[in-house]
Each structure stands twice: as structure tokens, then as C-alpha cells.
Design a protein around this ligand. Sequence first.
Ligand SMILES: Nc1ncnc2c1ncn2[C@@H]1O[C@H](COP(=O)(O)OP(=O)(O)OP(=O)(O)O)[C@@H](O)[C@H]1O
Ligand SMILES: [Mg+2]
Length: 772
Amino acid sequence: MESYLAELNEAQRAPVLQKDGAMIVIAGAGSGKTRVLTYRIAYLMSQGVDPFNILSLTFTNKAAREMKNRISKIVGSSEAKNLWMGTFHSIFAKILRFEADKLGYPSNFTIYDTQDSQSVIRAVIKDMRLDKDVYKYKQVYNRISSFKNSLITVKAYFQNPELQEADAMSKKPRMGEIYQAYVERCFKAGAMDFDDLLLKTNELLNRFPEVLHKYQSRFRYILVDEYQDTNHSQYLIVKALSDKFQNICVVGDDAQSIYAFRGANINNILNFQKDYENVEMYRLEQNYRSTKNIVNAANSIIDKNKTKLEKVVWTANDDGPKIVVNRLLTDGEEGRFVASSIFETKMQNQLSNGDFAILYRTNAQSRAMEDALRKRDIPYRIYGGLSFYQRKEIKDILSYLRLLINPKDEEALKRIINFPARGIGQTTMDRLSIAANQYGKSIFEVIENLDHLDLKINKSTRNKLENFVNMIKSFTILSENADAFVVADTVTKKTGLVQEMKKDGTPEGVARIENIEELLNGIRDFVEEQKELADSSGSLAEFLEDVALATDMDKDTSDEDRVALMTIHLAKGLEFPYVYIVGLEEDLFPSAMSMNTRSELEEERRLFYVALTRAETQAYLTYTQSRYRWGKLVDAEASRFIEEIDDQFLDYLVPQDDYKYKPLIDTDIFGEVDKSKLRQTKPKKGTPPPAHKPTEQQLQKLRKLKPAALEPAKATKTVNLAEGNEVEHMRFGKGTVLKIEGAGQDQKAEIDFEHGGIKNLLLRFAKLKVLS
Ligand SMILES: Nc1ncnc2c1ncn2[C@@H]1O[C@H](COP(=O)(O)OP(=O)(O)OP(=O)(O)O)[C@@H](O)[C@H]1O
Ligand SMILES: [Mg+2]
């Protein structure tokens, strides 16, 4: 037996060793599904399968890269580079570029991101003079996206009375026209949106049998991770490509299906056996990731779902600590608890920041966590949200780069034709836009042909437009021979973008310039990496594709050691020793918008299952008693998901439903007083006033949780401080006592520290050493 096969258990080995045929691995979280895929690919290669013939589809490109690295270690060769591995979007964008002409697209088509697509839709709604409060552009975008993912083309839409009726019922009878105009504009701009990458691939494979045949023959072996979250469009692509050889291996977990709201269809997993002949079904039951407490708690949750495949998940790992549950007063408090706990756990166990993850239901929750981490000087990284590439200054530069590759790219052109200002105003743009629509050309082409067109644009403006076009063309020529870095560097210098920002001089302006530097550094790294590969030159087009298709996980550019913050949706497939799931409150998680039907609620529960099963060693669940939502402070209530976990796996830091207790209200576990918090603690109507100090019992719980750090606190209880004393604090270093206030248990000191400035500390807790 090849030695690496010993790194699998028997159940895992079976699907790895079955070389041919259709197979499905259904198994719970952490049972080694992704490992099976990885080892299966290595095994296929060791059996002489050419990596060019293996297609593997993953949830992120980062996951694909990690799998490739692992495979080249196992099979000990660099051949793994030649595997076709990545997300659906990135793999099929590559194929579409080869075949673009068949669909009438240029091979250098632009990939519109969500921002671009929504901006086109906004323009369409405006041009059609529709009420933007009825036709909300984000809603329209989602609707169009769902059409595309169900393969409903514009033509199919107009042939489907039911769909039209549904839109008419929701007061949007002109949805079809918007859809049509949107599709036409994208086509004219030589642009595909994210959903097009799948829709057009389907079109390509359906309309051109020779193309289908080519790729069917190429991809002799197909593997799909996270199969439970494929949508209809993805499903059809996989089905078409695997039809010839039927060597297909999909792995998934129905209990982790969390993208139904985006069209993922759990039936893809349930129907797999009907789709192929002689399907082998494999099950894995042993979890290698998490402690018994975590595995059993997760099982007890998913048990509450009615729609599910029955599965067994067990682990031989230790019991591990119980799952900690804590109730806090506000999100600020919650942030401080999490940050303190990370700080403590890290110190006690000599861990790195990367061992910790904070997971939340909505992106908006990250702010409170960030504030608290920053105060503690804990480095963190946020995944998702507004990505680096979507920041204004970055998008401006990228727009120049996109335009020089594809001059038809209208979203790019509109962004930068007058940035930096060159005296090309809105009226001119409107005229150009109308002409472009009239002639069925792009704005760029209209400008190129101004001399032959009868447009009301004066001489001086014509000159400006001509200069702009010439500048872009000179960049295009440069890009034909230079690598991406040289082009980007030239563009930033020649366009005067940086000079424009330097004029600004504010801290934000400086940050923007730094971001541009970071972009250029990133491009330089990209070029260097690509040049090592045989089939890549590090061209600008390659870089832009990389950027356009980076998933939220992929934007992780630096290797610095940081705590990871992300939504649960993004955390799928990942694992961390310590996981904090925050905001476990009714209406937030489960989300208020997902409580209308059982199936929505069950999807929320699966989401919670995904969150909890990311943890290897310990999980923390937190919720608050009140939270700002839509600008109002509302009462919050613990999530039903906490109650659903069997009590034996939980360790409550606060007594349940004991509203007299106000957890850690005026100090965090370091004894630091947060003044802003004190102002917020006025008792609300209907809620009994919270007690101001943690009880001895609660403190004992805390001590149990963080024994090492809290012990020294004892010393300070007997210390008598006076104004002017020099003291030392574990975290803030040396300091001078400025003021002492209060007496006894409530005595506080205002201290000016070397690190951290002036702090108010509750002496009962503060770990201070008196120096003089
Ligand atoms: N046979 C094994 N021996 C040792 N460790 C294993 C074994 N199988 C899996 N693991 C480890 O267990 C962890 C979970 O494996 P993996 O990520 O493949 O599970 P998964 O089923 O894909 O999980 P998820 O459902 O969350 O995607 C990984 O750290 C993996 O390396
Ligand atoms: Mg996995």
C-alpha cells in the first residue's frame, strides 16, 4: 500500500481507491471529506492519470491552492500545478476566454463585480424612468441573478407567463424589460457578470456539441467539494461534463447546506443516485476535528431539523472543555469579553492569533469586535465585507487597467473618464451615451469616431476626449509587451491619480496612497509568482482575472498572524482551535427574515451547525441583552439555538435568566473601567436594574476560566495607593497614579500609563504592582 494511504481510515480509503465510476460521499462536518478528495486526486495521479485530465471544484481558490500543495507533497512532484482546480467561476472563466468568440464575446471580456452590475441596473432603471423606490436596484439585481442561476434567459422569461405574473404581482411589471436592457448593456460592454460565467458555460456546452465533447474528453475525472451548495446552473455543468466518462466524485453534507437563499439546491445531493449509473455511496462517521463536547453538542442541534439524512458522527478525541456561554449587556461588552478571552487564552496556552476565529451572522457585527480587538492590540483580519479591491481608490486604478484591456468596458470608462478631473462633464457623457445606444456601439468607440458623428460637443471638449482615448491606447500598446506591474505603475504615474490624492493631505488621503502602494506591491508579487509558471507571463489580463474571481477568502494577501473575523457563510470548510460565535440572539441568529417557514429556520439551524463545527478545541457562544439594530437600541433575547443544545455540553458564565445579574458591567476581567459603558447602563423600562458588580460566584467562574491571569489580582486588594504613586500593570506597563476616587470595593484610580495612556481602573480587580 502506498504509505500516504495509511493517513486515512478504512472508510475514507474506500472512495479514494475506487478509481472509476460515480460516487458520493455524504458525511458530517470534520469527517475528512475534503481530505478524501485531496487524497483521491493524489491516488489518481499515482495511477498514471494525467493531472490535465482531472477537474476539481472547490468553494474557494485558496482551498484549491492548499489542496494542490498537499497533493504535491503526497505524490512528491510539481505535476500538481497542472491540475484543473478552483472555484466554478474561476475554472469556467478560463474556458470561456478560450471559447468567447463562439458566443460573440471578446476573449478579453471584463468580469463585472456585484458593484458594477448593480451600477448598470441603476442606470437602466433611471433611463427607463422607473420609480427607484419600487424598483430597488439591489432587489432587481438579486432577481436577475436568480433567473440566471436557474438558466432563465431573457427569452425564456418572456415565454413564461408565471414569472411575469409574479413580477407584476410584486408591482414590478417591467422586470423583464430591465433584465433585457441589462443583458444588452453588459454584452455591448464586452462584460460578463458572475452569474454569466455559469450561464454562458451552460450555453456553450449546450449549443456547441464539439465544445462539449472537447471538455468531456479533457475532464476524465471530476471531483466536487461542498456539493450540497451547488446551484442549478453549476449542477448542469457538472452533469454535462461528466456525462461521457461518469468518473465523478462528489462530497458533501446535507446538514451544511447554507446557500439556499442564493439558489443552492439540496436536492442535487439527494438526487445524485438517480443522475448516474451504479452510484457508490460512501459514508464517513469519525470526526477528527473537534472534541467530544463539540461534536455531541453539534449533533444535538442538527437533530432538531426534520429534513435531513440520518448520519452518525462520533469522535475519538478528548471530551475537551465545555462550550462557554456568556450573556453580555451590549455588543461593546460582548466585544470586550471576546477580546479579553482571546488575549487570556493566547497567553495561557502560548497560541498564535491565527488559532482564533470570531464568527457572526451579519457583517455589521464586526465593528464592535474590531473596536475591542484594536483596544487590546490584537491583530485581526476581516474576511468579506467591502474587499480591498472594492475600495474607491483601488477600483479607480483597476478601472484604468480594465479599460486598457477592454475599451468597451463601460463601467470602467464612466468611473475614470473624468477622474482626475479633465473637464469632461455629465452633459457630454449623456450625449455620448445616447449616441452609443443609438449606434449600438460602446462609448469608447463613439469617442474614437467623433469626427464622423454629428454630436453637439464643442471643439475644446472634443480635444479632451481625444487626449483621453489616446492616453488609454498608449497604455494598451504598453501592455502588449510589458508585465502587469510595469503597466500598473505607469498608469498610476501618468494619470496623475496619486498627485491628486497627495493634494488631499488628510489622514484618509494618506491611507488611500498607502492602499495604492499595497496594490502595486500585490501586482509585483503576482507577476513574480506567475513568471515561475510555464504557461503564464504575469500579464495584466491575468492579474485582472485573478482579482475579479478572488473569493472573499482569497483576498488574504499577507501572512501576518491574525485573528480571523468572518460571517459563518464564509467559514464553511475551515477549522480553528478556538471559535467565538457572537450575537446568538433571536431575530439576529436565527435571523428575523428567516423565521417565516420551517425550511428557512432549518437553514439557519444548519448555519449554526456549520459555525459550531468549525471549532477544534473550544467554542464560545455569546449574546447580549440589548443591541443597536437599525439605529435603535432594542431588547435582545437569547437565541433558541443555545437552548437547543443539551445542557451537559454547556458552561454558563452567567446564571440563566437571572436578570438581576449584570455580567461584567463596569470592568472587564482586567479591571478596566469603560466610562462609555457606565453611561449606557441606565435601567431600561421593564428590565429590572442590573446589579453593578459581578457576584463572587461569577468571579469564581471567571477565575476558573482564566486562572493564570486573574490570580495576581489578589495582590492589589491589600495595596494602598495614593496619588503620585508609580505603578506597573501587566498590560499597560508603568504608570503614574493621577487620582483616586471612591472607597472600599468601589475604589478606582485614574492612572497615566506608558502604553495605553490614561486609564480608569477598579482597584479591586486591577493587577497593579506599586513601584514607589
Ligand atoms: N484519517 C485522518 N487522520 C487524521 N486526521 C484526519 C483524518 N481525516 C481527517 N483528518 C483531519 O480532520 C480535519 C477535518 O477534515 P476535513 O476538513 O477533510 O473534513 P470535512 O469533512 O471536509 O469537514 P467540513 O464538513 O467541515 O468541510 C482536518 O484537519 C483533517 O486533516
Ligand atoms: Mg470540507
